[in-house]
Design a protein around this ligand. Structure first.
Ligand code: AMP
Ligand code: GLY
Length: 438
């Protein structure tokens, strides 16, 4: 088979790495790819938002399967355009992608179909939003831009002054452009977060093992939100019982809701959930593989991933047996450029990456880096995701952090507490859901 993978981040490097191990795959084209995918695939330099040129490329290459990584081309309707050409595509069309592209749309679906989530209000005028905030009795409140914001459109605000300032930045100064034309103000949910990704053909679901992202930039979950600073899979506190609740209360009802709303969804449905003793509640949906969740999930997905994506694209997921999973734990640490998630340094040479390649059970995925002559230099905020397998969280962490210490560039930083959050605290928070397996 020939595969076309759209995207150029750590997630796409991880997907291409996994696809490369499939005996079904002869050739992989990646647009635009990055220096990591360049070693495994043929990169073609087309930006992920350039739908017209991506369509042209697909027409020329005629791949047996197209896998679309990022949300932007999905929201722009790339999957629809490719399907109209008779190509096999893993990824929802524009209507399905709205579940991520518009927080309001996602909230409306959740509300209409009584899927558990936080209470919310929508606003399209700054003045009205601010009056509402001034009248709020309970804090924190969460202010969210409606549109796509690369993980940077969500603000947990401690008081009305802070929240009103966010409203001004989004709705008056338009810091996120049209994404902030409308906003959602949401009830703050307490608990523990988990990402549950599922492969779907629109009829059935293959639920992947859980992953725990670490969204805030600083240790101890401090500072602003980012695209994801590190990830752990699985987590001891996410029990089979909790996974069954997530399936029956969230994922299956969401799939059902999409069917009722006549939205065909063949791709990856990602639920970001907050869990406490009241069970799981939805924080967000994504219409694609999570980043950096994918980097650890591909390390633990032992079966060939390609047949599952093909089956989802063909509407035949039910025909496949469940996949095999690696029982070991995987920790992924995201190494960032100085300044991220704000303005960050670029162009710094990355040294020592080849040393990681020698380490057993460690794989580093490239995200924000580019080749400059013979040097690899930083080009994004999240530069690398260093993943390691271990018998338990401690061993996986030790391996991942040892690997991080071998790589250097000016201003590199990373969280030191990936995978550490929780256990005891989580058992307390989770109450019933955290009880031993039945
Ligand atoms: P989202 O992009 O909606 O997942 O939001 C990004 C992050 O903000 C989440 O991963 C949570 O850490 C946090 N967050 C979002 N909504 C809420 C909420 N209602 N209550 C508490 N934290 C939230
Ligand atoms: N890890 C969060 C995301 O992919 O949006």
């Amino acid at each position: 088979m020939k595969l076309l993978v759209v995207g150029g981040g750590g997630r796409e490097h991880a997907l291409v790495w996994k696809f490369k191990s499939s005996p079904l795959v002869q050739e992989i084209v990646c647009a635009p790819g990055n220096p990591g995918t360049a070693k495994l695939a043929r990169n073609v330099d087309i930006a992920v938002g350039d739908v017209a040129r991506l369509v042209e490329l697909a027409q020329k290459e005629r791949p047996d399967l197209v896998v679309i990584g990022p949300e932007e081309p999905l929201v722009l309707g790339l999957a629809d355009r490719l399907r109209a050409l008779g190509l096999r595509v893993f990824g929802p069309g524009a209507r399905g992608a709205r579940i991520e592209g518009s927080k309001l749309y996602a909230k409306e679906i959740l509300e209409r179909h009584r899927i558990p989530t936080g209470g919310y209000k929508r606003f399209d005028r700054a003045g009205v939003a601010k009056s509402y905030l001034e009248s709020c009795k309970y804090w924190p409140q969460v202010v969210k831009a409606d549109g796509l914001a690369a993980g940077k459109g969500v603000f947990v605000c401690q008081d009305a002054r802070e929240a009103c300032a966010v409203v001004d930045t989004l709705m008056e100064q338009k810091k996120l452009g049209a994404a902030g034309d409308q906003i959602v103000i949401e009830e703050f949910l307490e608990g523990q977060e988990v990402s549950v990704l599922s492969i779907t053909d629109g009829r059935g679901l293959l639920i992947l093992e859980p992953a725990i992202d670490h969204k805030q930039v600083g240790d101890g979950d401090s500072g602003p939100n980012t695209g994801g600073m590190g990830v752990l899979s699985p987590a001891p506190w996410v029990t089979r019982r909790l996974m069954r609740q997530i399936e029956s209360r969230v994922l299956l009802p969401t799939l059902h809701a999409l069917t009722i709303e006549e939205v065909e969804f063949r791709g990856l449905l990602y639920a970001g959930l907050m869990v406490n003793d009241g069970g799981p509640r939805v924080l967000e949906f994504n219409c694609r593989f999570g980043d950096p969740e994918t980097q650890v999930l591909v390390r633990r997905f032992k079966s060939d991933l390609v047949p599952y994506l093909v089956a989802a694209a063909d509407g035949k997921l039910a025909e496949l047996e469940p996949p095999e999973w690696e029982s070991r734990v995987c920790v992924g640490v995201v190494m960032c450029a100085e300044g991220y998630p704000g303005e960050y340094r670029k162009g710094d040479p990355i040294l020592g990456l080849e040393k990681i390649e020698q380490l057993p059970d460690v794989v580093a995925f490239v995200a924000g880096a580019k080749q400059q002559g013979r040097a690899l230099v930083t080009s994004g905020g999240r530069v690398l995701c260093v993943t390691a397998l271990g018998r338990d969280v401690d061993e996986a962490r030790a391996r991942a952090y040892e690997a991080c210490s071998l790589v250097r560039w000016q201003g590199a930083f990373w969280r030191k507490d990936i995978g550490l959050r929780r256990e005891k605290a989580q058992a307390e928070v989770l109450g019933a859901a955290g009880e031993p397996e039945d």
